[in-house]
Design a protein around this ligand. Structure first.
Ligand code: C2E
Ligand code: CA
Ligand code: CA
Ligand code: CA
Length: 276
């Protein structure tokens, strides 16, 4: 940039280089990560404060890279989207989440699981068949599966997405809109996209001291009630967040306060600790 000394300029380009190199390495290794079983799922609880009961779990992917350690999904999912690898990766997450959810039931914990669905899955033409086959193979009831989609899909063929979502919901699978309120046309989408729930982005939860933000959240909750949609608040980290959200009529919460994303084998332990 203008005005920077020569040395600073060099540091800047070096930094870019490091990032570029890392991205290239991740892109290359992502190809093999699936075959080498480097992915695993973690599950984060959603809690209904009104009924004082679990509402379900969100499945979140993790990549344990052999050399780099844990690579966050925020870093590799965009690369997977670019390269098209998001399709086999999403299939893997769906299958893994359904299988683990079925195993919870067999251990006496009947809780639904939600899976993040890339919009690219709607462009495969095989999403409906794939979901049908996974539910059949894992013997999971469709009412235990929820798909989280994002507003970003507004840039794709909405009619085609709606057509597929209608079939998916008729199968009994639930659909929620993730990160609600961060996109540019959230509200306009609501009467076009068939969904069951809204996930209020954590930016709202973290900004509720601001009266205008509270007014917006309140309006979203009222609108969701009228549309018969559940509202799930994300990023709930403390009692203050819970107090604000409850006052605004939001009763389902997800965040570090209730539980961090955890491996499947930690869930029973968490549940016992939490019920105390
Ligand atoms: P998301 O779907 O909005 O997921 C919620 C993210 O917020 C998760 O980060 C979760 O760990 C984090 N989080 C949960 N509670 C709190 C809290 O109280 N405070 C704060 N500050 N953060 C909290 P994570 O697991 O790193 O995932 C980041 C994003 O990566 C996800 O955002 C989602 O867009 C994407 N992602 C994660 N797993 C998958 C997956 O299996 N498939 C696809 N397509 N995308 C995924
Ligand atoms: Ca999500
Ligand atoms: Ca979200
Ligand atoms: Ca997000």
């Amino acid at each position: 940039a203008k005005g920077l000394g020569k040395n600073q300029y060099c540091v800047y380009t070096d930094e870019m280089g490091v990032q570029e190199v890392r991205k290239m390495e991740l892109e290359k290794d992502l190809q093999r990560a699936l075959e080498h079983n480097e992915f695993y799922m973690e599950y984060q609880p959603k809690w209904n404060v009104k009924t004082n009961q679990l509402y379900g779990f969100e499945a979140l992917i993790r990549w344990h890279h052999p050399r780099l350690g844990i690579v966050p999904p925020g870093e590799f999912i965009p690369i997977a989207e670019e390269t098209g690898l998001i399709i086999p990766i999403t299939r893997w997450t769906l299958e893994q989440a359904c299988r683990e959810c079925k195993a919870w039931q067999d251990r006496g914990m009947a809780q639904p699981v939600s899976v993040n669905l890339s919009v690219r899955m709607f462009q495969t033409d095989t999403l409906v068949e794939y979901l049908t086959s996974v539910l059949k193979k894992t013997e999971l009831g469709p009412q235990y599966l929820e798909l989280e989609i994002t507003e970003s899909m507004v840039i794709y063929d909405i009619q085609e997405i709606v057509r597929q979502l209608d079939i998916i919901r008729r199968m009994g699978v639930r659909v929620s809109m993730d990160d609600f309120g961060t996109g540019y046309s959230s509200i306009g989408l609501l009467d076009r996209i068939p969904i069951d729930a809204l996930k209020l982005d954590r930016l709202f939860t973290h900004d509720l001291e601001t009266p205008s933000k509270r007014a917006i959240v309140h309006a979203i909750v009222l609108m969701a009630e009228n549309l018969k949609l559940d509202v799930i608040a994300e990023g709930v980290e403390n009692q203050e967040h819970i107090a604000f959200l409850t006052e605004l009529g939001c009763h389902v919460m997800q965040g570090y306060f209730y539980g961090r994303p955890m491996k499947d084998d930690k869930i029973t332990e968490w549940l016992q600790g939490f019920a105390q």
